[in-house]
Design a protein around this ligand. Sequence first.
Ligand SMILES: Nc1ncnc2c1ncn2[C@@H]1O[C@H](COP(=O)(O)OP(=O)(O)O)[C@@H](O)[C@H]1O
Ligand SMILES: [Mg+2]
Length: 271
Amino acid sequence: MLSVSELGKTYPSGERALHDVSMEVAGKEIVSIIGPSGAGKSTMIRCINRLTEPTEGSIVLDGRDVTGLSGKELQTARREMGMIFQEFNLVERLTVMENVLSGTLGYLSTWNAFRRNYQGEDVERAYEVLDRVGMAGRENARADELSGGQRQRVGIARAVLQRPKIILADEPTSALDPETSRAVMDLLTEISRDEDIPVLINIHEVELAREYAERIVGLREGEVVFEGPPEELDSDARNVIYRGAEPASPTVVAQEKTGVSISEVDKETSF
Ligand SMILES: Nc1ncnc2c1ncn2[C@@H]1O[C@H](COP(=O)(O)OP(=O)(O)O)[C@@H](O)[C@H]1O
Ligand SMILES: [Mg+2]
């Protein structure tokens, strides 16, 4: 579904935020990108939806290379990626319904969204989606009346309404308490299954990533230093990701050098 190849990003300041990052997200899996602050997690997501321009590499979503797109085509591609943000990015003075409906407009300005005449079918679906995220009955509440958890539910509803092919979430729980964080992760998991779409989620709480992700990608200083299922994220792997330790575990070494998992290496090397 999503294929990132040799992605690089150097900011105009000279800061190299990503270097030679390759990864795939398939089917309806939940993939989590973890790593310390400054590792490049947000840059990665922003490159995928082209809120930031990558300086190297390519991004292919559902067979379409989004790297070179501009104008209308870029807007269409972005609509295929439902974005969920750490700080929710709702328009505080608008209602829940108005915020959710703005999801049908992709990345148009709020003012355009506000003035737009929504289609009846969008409104109908918005009711359904709000019900789906547990916000039925709150359609006319203003965003600024809601708790953090409720705001993120509205953020998720907005993303779902645009019928995305993938959901990209940038630390969607880091402004929430642990219990609410889990509720939001549960909801994202259900949405992924129901809508049959993958979720790529930046997360800094390792435990949440381990619990919810089917695959984890560890970034350190803009490079992939771990890739595998949660069970393989042992303390050595964590040290490599978070403390900058040299890879000690054979799994990490194998993946870093060759991009294949240790089980495949085993097959090759055991005679
Ligand atoms: N707009 C920007 N201009 C220059 N450097 C940036 C910009 N955004 C992020 N960076 C730098 O890129 C690196 C990765 O940042 P970021 O992607 O935000 O990491 P994370 O989300 O993992 O904390 C950091 O060193 C950060 O300072
Ligand atoms: Mg970030």
